[in-house]
Design a protein around this ligand. Structure first.
Ligand SMILES: CC(C)(COP(=O)(O)OP(=O)(O)OC[C@H]1O[C@@H](n2cnc3c(N)ncnc32)[C@H](O)[C@@H]1OP(=O)(O)O)[C@@H](O)C(=O)NCCC(=O)NCCS
Length: 227
């Protein structure tokens, strides 16, 4: 399984190259963002996803056809029934793109920020054992642990493809600094922390036993390969 870290800060002409490989629906979605930085994050991360999928499929980025499953998880529309699974996450100036064979994969990346009410959010939305573990940490360790916990849970939910229709208190994961692991149903899952740079938390979750996770990074000139 490959997990690609992508730097989304690109020059205006490279941003234009990125926009050119998107399909109509992606361009429409991109146009709906009010803030230019949000539009750019969306455009560049989707172009990077297309490049990575195109390299895996042996076609051009603009030839990739995407569709969404019932709860919105994107998948390859062509060839029908493709065993290539993928997932995308973007936050701040980075994106994370996971590629797997036939296994369900989810990735989550978060730019860490101050969360003064982290324990209250955990008590409201996460499983009781997770909230209790978080509350037991020294105050200065809570925010980083919260983001580790958040990305672990979100990566699982994204692998399943359910979005938030699966309540986040239905399953538990370990808290950093413990290695990432699903607690109540660990068999058949691999979770791994991804080093996404200072200030970011990131996790990949794969529904496969002992999956080997290969971290990768797109070179800075990647948009020049788009067209
Ligand atoms: C998609 C979702 C699962 C994650 O969204 P997010 O964390 O805000 O955003 P990310 O950048 O990590 O992921 C977005 C990408 O996931 C993919 N995605 C969309 N729906 C998905 C689904 N049901 N399952 C998996 N991936 C999905 C898309 O590629 C999407 O990119 P796009 O919006 O640019 O097209 C969202 O629907 C969701 O449920 N968010 C929950 C946020 C939250 O409150 N978390 C609480 C802490 S655990």
């Amino acid at each position: 399984m490959d997990v690609w870290l992508v730097d989304l800060a690109v020059s205006p002409d490279r941003l234009e190259r990125c926009a050119q490989v998107l399909d109509r629906s992606e361009r429409d979605r991109g146009d709906r963002f009010l803030r230019p930085e949000d539009r750019a994050r969306f455009t560049v991360s989707h172009a990077a996803l297309r490049l990575i999928l195109a390299d895996a499929r042996g076609c051009a980025p603009s030839e990739i056809r995407l569709a969404a499953k019932a709860a919105g998880k994107p998948h390859l529309a062509e060839p029908a029934g493709s065993p290539l699974e993928f997932n995308l996450s973007h936050s701040g100036a980075r994106a994370l793109i996971g590629l797997a064979g036939p296994a369900d994969i989810g990735v989550d990346l978060e730019l860490m920020r101050a969360i003064p009410d982290a324990v209250r959010i955990a008590r409201t939305h996460f499983a009781p054992d997770e909230a209790a573990s978080l509350a037991s940490l020294p105050a200065e360790a809570i925010e980083a642990a919260f983001f580790g916990l958040w990305t672990r849970k979100e990566a699982v939910v994204k692998a399943l493809g359910t979005g938030l229709s699966l309540p986040l208190d239905r399953f538990s994961v370990t808290l950093p600094p413990a290695a990432p692991r699903l607690l109540r149903d660990p068999a058949g899952w691999t979770l791994a922390a991804i080093d996404a740079g200072a200030g970011y938390a990131a996790t990949v979750a794969v529904r496969a036993v002992d999956a080997t996770i290969q971290p990768r990074r797109l070179p800075t000139d990647w948009p020049d390969r788009l067209c």
